[in-house]
Write a protein that binds this ligand. Sequence first.
Ligand code: SF4
Length: 429
Amino acid sequence: MQKILIVNPPSFAVKPINEVEYVYMAPYVLASYLKRRGIDVQIFDFVEGRPSTNGHDNSRIEGVLRCGNFNSELISKHVYYIGKKERFYTDFLRAYKPTEVWISNLFTYNWQGPRLVAQLTREFNPLINIKFGGAYATLCPDHAREHIDCDEIIESKPQDPIKFENIHIGFYKYIPQTFPILTSIGCPFKCAWCAVPRLEGTEMIQKDPLAVVDDIEEKYYYGVKRFRFIDSNILHNYERHLKIILTEVLKRKIKVSFCSYGGVNPLLVTPDKLELMAEARFQDVQLPLESCNDETLKQNNRPVTTNAWVKAVRQFKRIKGFSISTYILCGIPGQTIRDIYNSINFALEHGVDPVPLFFTPIPATIYEDNTRKLEEYHPNLFPYASNNMKVKDLEQLLVTYYKRGDYAPDYIQGERYLSSPAISERTDI
Ligand code: SF4
């Protein structure tokens, strides 16, 4: 009998650890899809339950990697293993006895996580069929084929309808404080640094808005009080989508609040939309500026100018109840620390909280860079730091603007790390 275990692998992370990364959707969506089709399926999530690096036994230092600009600053950072200990996984395999293990992985620079899961699975029972998918497998299939010991690599199709499957909340052991929700896929724009057009396509497909509300209502009665839209373009086709969702949420008296992950396009902001969003408790809005330099935006094919962003901010400010933050892209090749602070100050002057978003060159974009190992492109290693954009200065941005406010500089300076191994092959089981 077919028994599928879906695995969300551990992270190999550089501090600070972003807790938002630990409420994953893709493995849960897939498991829900299979369960509704009568398949025996379970999830093993290595990082569920807000793991941290504060001394819990599920975190350990696993290696050291050099930051960008190493030759000049000699700065390295620890790489932490974040996740349940490996033996809990093998215990789970022993108890559940899956015939197949499907591993899903998001970040390309975290490829050691799925490699470890595949190794553990093979060692436990070489007859278990291993499939591997997710954004890393889709963006870097050759790298995955070379490094992940699996039977099949699954490259996801841009507009895979499974992505709209409602998550079966029972798969989460802890009810997420903020529940991720995806109501549309695709983005018609093609910003140079972004993988969304490659992963989701440029044609937008939206889920039936009433089905979205049914899903929100169901989760609300399980205790979820806040939802984060992770759509890339939530205001697209507003009259037939978000307007229906928010109006119906109000009509059904579902007392939840909403926030966005960055998909509020300043070009589509209008007063009527904002009034309804405020009424429906759409409270925390990410209105991405990325840079206040129009030349940089233009060079990167970004359709939103700084003027358009400012106009959108003004409209938000006329309505009470919104907290607005904005991503500021930090660490792109050729950038200077002065450029970054110009953008941060620009956001602050307009009453918007800047959130530094550290750059990583995503494969299949024009920034693809194969000169280093994938793991060396972890955004918190600042791979493109230079003497005009020093690691120390970028680290200071993290200290100042890291949202939880409890992050202290965490790096190692010195020659001895010149010869340090990168991430080790394996540690405890
Ligand atoms: S608008 Fe946003 S999602 Fe679309 S390509 Fe640009 S950065 Fe990516």
